[in-house]
Design a binder for this molecule. Structure first.
Ligand code: HEM
Length: 217
């Protein structure tokens, strides 16, 4: 079930990065995108409730897997080493609980900053009024703490997602108890590409002072 809830969250991340990259589109593409989301009204609440349920369920399952493993080996491993054969233990798999908790703390902070952040209302090219979230994103990511804090957490998420994607894909495609190397490569590649796209946003905004040719008009 961590796999299924993880895949749901992964689909959310794909949608979120596609929407976020609209910040490099026309001047109000990003604000039109967020306004379209907000205009979904009750449907958005249903999607948000589903997402919150997935996050919570995923977290509870993740913590219980970690606790069970600790119960099985309370003293932990003094030194991680394989008995010679290939091991599925990796930095990513051992750090799932920590990268997971950091993601959770990040999310509370993230939603507070952007979803509930103070924005001006601006006239959109559709004629409607909408929140100027584009300006808020640029304002935050021109501050070093936000730009590098986000880059740090998003990099940790590469670890969490690469192991998570691998584990979910393997349980869905595994035959005879063996996950394939190709599945691992695809999962790691997917996590890296998607997170580098996220990381590009704060770093690009920070290093161009919000005035790079991709973002200013
Ligand atoms: C550069 C990175 C990111 C940017 C610029 C960004 C931007 C935003 C913005 C502007 C909103 C508010 C949308 C609105 O109120 O209409 C938002 C909401 C949200 N973001 Fe992000 N985000 C980023 C990364 C992430 C990551 C990595 C995650 C998950 C691990 C995430 C999860 C969420 C969630 C759960 C919401 C609330 C959605 C809702 O309730 O409608 N974001 N983000």
């Amino acid at each position: 079930m961590t796999g299924i809830t993880g895949i749901g969250l992964m689909l959310f991340l794909v949608g979120h990065i596609v929407g976020n990259l609209s910040i490099f589109g026309s001047p109000d593409a990003f604000n039109i995108y967020t306004k379209t989301l907000e205009d979904l009204g009750p449907l958005l609440y249903v999607i948000e409730a589903g997402l919150a349920f997935f996050f919570l369920y995923h977290t509870i399952l993740g913590i219980s897997i970690w606790l069970n493993r600790r119960k099985a080996r309370p003293e932990g491993y003094k030194k991680y080493q394989t008995k010679g054969g290939a091991s599925h233990q990796s930095l990513a798999s051992r750090s799932m609980i920590y990268t997971g908790i950091i993601t959770l703390v990040f999310l509370v902070f993230h939603i507070w900053t952007f979803k509930f952040g103070d924005t001006e209302m601006v006239q959109l090219s559709t004629g409607e009024m909408g929140r100027d979230l584009r300006a808020l994103v640029i304002e935050k990511f021109t501050e070093p703490l936000y730009a590098f804090g986000y880059t740090f957490v998003l990099s940790l998420l590469i670890l969490h997602l690469s192991h998570g994607f691998w584990s979910a894909f393997t349980s869905l495609t595994m035959k005879n108890g063996k996950g394939s190397k190709k599945v691992q490569l695809a999962a790691y590649g997917f996590a890296i590409v998607i997170m580098l796209a996220f990381i590009f946003i704060p770093l690009y905004i920070y290093f161009t002072g919000g005035e790079g040719s991709l973002i200013s008009y």
